[in-house]
Design a protein around this ligand. Structure first.
Ligand SMILES: Nc1ncnc2c1ncn2[C@@H]1O[C@H](COP(=O)(O)OP(=O)(O)OP(=O)(O)O)[C@@H](O)[C@H]1O
Length: 258
């Protein structure tokens, strides 16, 4: 199920603005990769190209390749909707459908795919909520609205919704930035468990979080405002935080940046 991801000479544009330059990186199946770097260096932009959401912005386009198990996701015959089903995304702010029940939130993607069998939907609902460590907290109120959960529960509900369609890759854009420390730890534990089934890429501003949850870390930077962001260094997380190859990385990690 989990797949390998390769970005090859990826360049990303918003119209005339060259936002990200020449990114080459690989993400192994069943691993967590953290993207770190200062604001505006293009972390979220890279993430959004990986499930073809970037192209939804008028004038936005990419050059280079994004390969999923060797297949170009921007290939001529590839349907962007199929890509988004294979590569799921969890956003910064939990965004459940607030009036929809917890159960319906989880199975929304399956319903869109045309699954009608109640037993199948119930089975996936339970499995996905268990997978997101939320089942015990909500099993007695599956018919209550998703908007009635706490922020941390809502984010785990969104993770349940993302994994219900069994993606190969899970992209997470600062998934804990709106959560309190306890909920953050719950989501971090969950990320560590999910990597046994998924390939995960997470954008985070929190260095400790990158150090706690990821196997490899990619440090992005930009020379100046208006210049494109680029990948400075990618290495095993332990190395990035203890003995990075480049002084630029060390300075950022040590807070001596800018
Ligand atoms: N929709 C857009 N249209 C035009 N430019 C954009 C758009 N979204 C982002 N950008 C620009 O692309 C560059 C990279 O932005 P991006 O949000 O990817 O950075 P980031 O590293 O994720 O930042 P942050 O850590 O603050 O979230 C920035 O200069 C930003 O202003």
């Amino acid at each position: 199920m989990a797949m390998r991801l390769d970005l090859e000479k990826l360049n990303i544009f918003y119209g005339d603005f060259h936002a990200v330059q020449d990114v080459n990186l690989s993400v192994a199946p069943r691993s967590v990769t953290a993207f770190i770097g200062p604001s505006g260096c293009g972390k979220s932009t890279v993430l959004r190209t990986i499930n073809r959401m970037h192209e939804e912005i008028p004038g936005a386009y990419t050059k280079g390749k994004i390969l999923l198990d060797g297949v170009d996701i921007n290939g001529k015959d590839v349907d962007p909707v199929a890509v988004r089903r294979t590569i799921g995304m969890v956003f910064q702010r939990p965004n459940p459908f607030p009036t929809m029940s917890i159960r319906e939130n989880v199975v929304a993607g399956l319903r869109l795919q045309g699954v009608r069998s109640k037993s199948k939907l119930d089975e996936v609902c339970e499995k996905s909520l268990r997978g997101a460590n939320l089942w015990d907290e909500v099993k007695d109120r599956l018919d209550k609205p998703g908007g009635g959960l706490s922020g941390g529960q809502q984010q785990r509900l969104c993770i349940s919704r993302a994994i219900a369609v069994e993606p190969a890759v899970l992209l997470m854009d600062e998934p804990c930035s709106a959560l309190d420390p306890i909920s953050t730890l719950a989501v971090e534990d969950l990320i560590s468990e999910l990597k046994t089934d998924y390939t995960i890429v997470i954008v985070t501003h929190n260095m400790q979080q990158a150090a706690r949850v990821s196997d490899q870390t990619a440090f992005f930077n930009l020379e100046a405002t208006g210049k494109p962001g680029h990948l400075v260094e990618i290495n095993p997380t332990e190395k990035i935080f203890s003995n990075p190859d480049l002084k630029e990385t060390e300075d950022y990690i040590a807070g001596r940046f800018g």
